[in-house]
Every structure is written in structure tokens, then in C-alpha cells.
Ligand binder design. Sequence first.
Ligand code: GRF
Length: 207
Amino acid sequence: MPADAILKLGILVSGRGSNLESIVDSCSQKKIAAEIRVVISNNPGAPALEKAKKAGLACEVVPNKTGETREDYDKKIVAILLKHRVDLVVLAGFMKLLSPWFVQQFPERIINIHPSLLPAFPGLEAQKQALDYGVQFAGATVHLVDAGCDTGPILLQAAVPVKPDDTVASLSLRILHEEHQILPKAIDLLAKNKVEVSGRKIRFLPK
Ligand code: GRF
């Protein structure tokens, strides 16, 4: 991508959409060199879709169908992403694992936000896992997506303290605040071609 190009984003969501909002705000305030081309959800009732519509974004719903293979489902999503000429796929609370085939269609061009300091606590209920384990620091991770569950190379992380009286709700809120900072920041680094990936190692190039 030319250094001054605007990165075209496809955002995949399943739920609330607060990370989507943080990207919408960062784009509209021109804090990041990116624009959202399409928002796609597997969940027709996702509040994120309402937020996307309010922001005037193109939205598509692809509901899960029983009996459908993961790849059949993913082909429909990829077709939409290609139609909108998306450069970078952002999983912003997308509660579905991508097939290896999907990952191959966008090599090093899919990122995910996860509410833990990976590789600790991958998968569901990461904040509860952290509390149950008794860690003193938790956090958020933006990583490139590979065929595993929350296993791809780590782009950015932010740590937060775990307080003695934390509940899942209070810890999740503290982590979410960091998610809203590091997800747009990671998108901007990729937009500006400042990320060099070599296996699991990420190097940030100078300005
Ligand atoms: C976030 O905690 C994110 O880390 C996880 O799912 C949640 C989505 O929240 N993958 P929202 O829909 O962006 O508000």
C-alpha cells in the first residue's frame, strides 16, 4: 500500500459494538489513516449493527445456518469483504472462529481484539479466567489472526491492575477502556505500513 493511502476496513461484530464505535470515532476524527467500508455481523440482533447504521455505514448480516460448514459460511463473508475491496479485516467482538481457508484469503490482514494479556486466557470469558486464576495484572491484546483461537502474532498489548474487590464487570470495564485505545492504534500502524511481520515476531518501523 502506498504510504499515504487510506486503509479500507471490514469490521466483523457479534455484540455490543463498543470497539466498533472506537474505530468509527478514530476514523471520523482522522486520528487513523483508515475508513470503514463495511460492517458484517453473524447476529441480526447485535447492538453493534444499530451503531453502524447510525454512523451511516454499510451493514450486512450473515446469520449462522444449522448444518452449514465453517468454510461455506466464511465464503459468504469473504465475498462481501471482496465486494467492498477491504484491505484489513478487524474482528471487533466477532464470536465465531474463522476457518483456515478464510485466514488464507487475507494473509496477515486480519486482526482481533482479545480481553486478556495473551497467551494467557484465550477463548471465552477471558476476564473471568484472569480473576479465577488470581493474576495481579490483566489487559487487552491486538493480534494478527491465524488458524488457531487467539494464537496469532501479538501486535499491541495494554496491561491494567486487578484490584482486590474486582468483579468480572469492573475488570472488564477497565480492560475495555484499553481495548478502545489499542485497537485503533494497531489499525493506524498497519495503515501506515509500520508493521513488519516475521513469523511470530513483530517489528515496528520508524516513521
Ligand atoms: C471485547 O471485550 C473484545 O475484546 C472481545 O469481545 C468484546 C467485544 O465488545 N473480543 P464490543 O462488542 O466491542 O463492545
